[in-house]
Design a protein. Structure first.
Lengths: 284, 368
């Protein structure tokens, strides 16, 4: 403890110039990281006659929400689609992941250490490698082009990461806690319901935030297995921005609207977001 | 307890079965499709697709019409190297800066990490505007009266390090030869053992094989085809690096926080400078994190799709990637066999990177 305090107090006092330089570099890096945000916001608050090459970097002369109303007009149906998609898909993959994590961390059985890596591999594959059969399969089930199809796909391919996070989370729970419960006559579901689930909230927060962000931001499945009526927001944004006729200010407003939900989640619950992020590298 | 164990396995089964079908079953199906001539014509005719072996793969590497795939391969190599480099350097730099007991650390961390919360499509759309050749970044110098930038970013057609694809077998063989010579020399210096003699023998045989045209004969392309490092990839590297550097920063920061202060203090007592402490204490301890980050970033870059789609729209060959090619070949041109072959090559590349990683990660976990 003493070494820690000497380091923290001695270092700032000893090199004042180095401290100034340190903050200067950090602030410069922050500005560079925020340039795209500045550009998106500045452009989206301009009317189209103000969006010109000479004034690109300047603040708008008069603020207008015109581009936002036009972007909302174009994106609203897909925004709703994404909401209808993200909540059930997130909830289902979290619940299944929690159950899988419980089984894999507390009920050791033969073959578990073969099944688990095989499940995990599913989160690393390029989804192109399953896309052709997936499309044909969904067509066979008459789910192609529907939100139900997309929900199913996101639940299934979300299973590896949700299982991984919950397995690591439950592995920290001492087995004695479960054994004490077992003596009291609680079975498989009793142990889960009365002992694990009440302490699972942090795990669920991490998983829900992660899945929400992933599903909201996903594009490849969205663009292949939906149609115009069921496309998620990322696909609608790409269509908006990809067509050469839509003005830049509307495109930027659309980009901002698409980013807003996940940005809000990140700003409000960033701590948990980072945990999910590091879980993706297996041990972090 | 046995009944409970059976219940446990039963509860796991739905997920196992779903993944068995949706991952392994579908991969097998894609693998089969990649060996058929499945395409729009065949599907319309209602006839079953014919099995044609590895012809689709052969076409991708040697077919006159499949130059796009070879561009993708070259682009992937250059993009992967630069993208990993940018993320590691920026991520580690930011992590070290933030580890200096910075006031307002959480604000800085939030700023460096927020792009991770965005969709690659949003990133692509925003950066496309910034990289617009006649405005955006190129217009910055004109704010202070300098001439505007001339680089055309993602639509640049400039190319460095040009080479003829026909020479690729030879180039690769010479690189392998150089590595083998290096290994042989090391063995000779260490100890004049049998292994050294065997490796030297291999070197001589390989050298002879190359110089007598063995490598050249592996070329299957009829006419010369120029490839190289497309400078347009810089735009992609900057946008992807902007989005993913925060991820490496978070990994390094977690690693730095895990290094006990006693270790640094011990270095200081031994008379090491601040830089020396990083060189001899911190960097060696961060090496496993660097490896993990390289693998995670590497597999992301092999799969990259949405960012390229949003920026280039599918027609820009200078930043084209296999993921995009697969999508357009399969779902726009209806060449299912060909698209499946591209997908399988992507899968193999990702598996080469990920499978050893998964195995070692999980093995080290059980021994802990």
């Amino acid at each position: 403890m003493t070494t820690l305090t000497t380091r923290s107090t001695a270092a700032p006092g000893r090199y004042p110039i180095r401290r100034v330089l340190l903050y200067a570099v950090l602030i410069l890096a922050s500005i560079l990281f925020l340039i795209p945000v500045y550009m998106v916001l500045v452009t989206s608050f301009k009317s189209i006659d103000q969006v010109s090459i000479d004034t690109m970097w300047q603040l708008p002369r008069s603020f207008t929400l015109d581009s936002f109303s036009r972007a909302i007009e174009r994106l609203a149906p897909s925004f709703v689609n994404s909401l209808l998609l993200v909540f059930p898909a997130t909830a289902l993959s979290a619940i299944l992941g929690s159950m899988n994590g419980y089984v894999l961390s507390k009920w050791h059985f033969r073959g578990a250490n073969i099944i688990f890596p095989l499940m995990l591999f599913g989160m690393f594959i390029p989804y192109q490698a399953i896309l052709i059969p997936l499309v044909q399969f969904l067509q066979g089930l008459k789910l192609s082009g529907t939100l139900w199809g997309l929900i199913l796909v996101h639940v299934v391919y979300g299973l590896p990461i949700t299982t991984l996070i919950f397995r690591n989370y439950y592995a920290e729970v001492p087995t004695e806690m479960l054994e004490a419960g077992g003596i009291d006559g609680a079975g498989f579901f009793g142990l889960y319901w009365y002992i694990l689930l009440p302490i699972s909230l942090p795990g669920f927060v991490v998983v829900v935030i992660w899945q929400f962000t992933q599903i909201w931001n996903e594009f490849l499945f969205g663009v292949t297995i939906t149609n115009t009526g069921s496309q998620p927001i990322t696909v609608a944004l790409q269509n908006l921005a990809g067509s050469q006729i839509v003005e830049w200010n509307v495109q930027m407003a659309g980009a901002f609207l698409t980013a807003l939900p996940t940005l809000l989640v990140y700003i409000l619950l960033g701590r948990y977001f980072i945990r999910g992020l590091l879980a993706g590298s297996i041990k972090g | 307890m046995n009944r409970d164990r059976a219940t446990a396995i039963l509860m796991l089964m739905p997920s196992v079965i779903l993944l068995a079908i949706f991952v392994y079953g579908f991969i097998a199906w894609t693998g089969y499709t990649s060996m058929t001539n499945s395409n729009a014509l065949q599907q319309l005719s209602g006839l079953p697709a014919q099995f044609i072996g590895l012809k689709n793969y052969q076409d991708l590497f040697t077919g006159q019409l499949n130059g796009r795939f070879r561009v993708d391969m070259v682009n992937t190599v250059f993009f992967t190297v630069l993208f990993i480099l940018v993320c590691l350097v920026v991520g580690m730099g930011l992590a070290i800066l933030l580890d200096q007991k910075v006031k307002g650390e959480s604000i800085f961390r939030t700023i460096f990490l927020f792009p991770m919360a965005l969709s690659f499509v949003v990133t692509g759309v925003a950066w496309k505007w910034l990289f617009n050749p006649t405005s955006g970044i190129n217009a910055i110098p004109s704010i202070i009266g300098l001439p505007p930038g001339q680089f055309k970013w993602f639509i640049s057609q400039e190319r460095w390090l040009e080479f003829n694809w026909q020479l690729l077998p030879e180039i690769l063989a010479i690189i392998v030869l150089a590595v083998v010579i290096f290994v042989a020399l090391r063995y000779w210096v260490l100890r004049r053992s049998m292994i050294a003699a065997i490796i030297t023998g291999i070197t001589i045989l390989l050298g002879a094989w190359i110089s007598f045209g063995g490598a050249r004969s592996l070329n299957g392309l009829a006419s010369p085809e120029t490839h190289g490092f497309n400078l347009a990839l810089f735009a992609l590297v900057i946008a992807a690096g902007w989005q993913m550097s925060g991820y490496t920063m978070a990994m390094y920061l977690a690693g730095l926080r895990g290094i006990p202060d006693e270790l640094r203090e011990a270095g200081r007592v031994d008379g090491a400078s601040e830089i020396g402490i990083y060189r001899y204490v911190v960097f060696p301890l961060l090496a496993p994190i660097t490896l993990s980050a390289m693998i995670i970033l590497g597999h992301i870059s092999l799969k990259i799709f949405d960012l390229v789609y949003a920026m280039g729209g599918g027609d820009n060959r200078y930043i084209d990637m296999p993921g995009l090619n697969m999508y357009f070949t399969t779902f726009r041109s209806n060449e299912f066999g060909q698209g499946a072959a591209i997908a399988m090559i992507m899968l193999i590349l990702v598996a080469i990177v990920i499978v050893p990683y998964l195995v070692t990660q999980l093995r080290s976990e059980t021994t802990l």
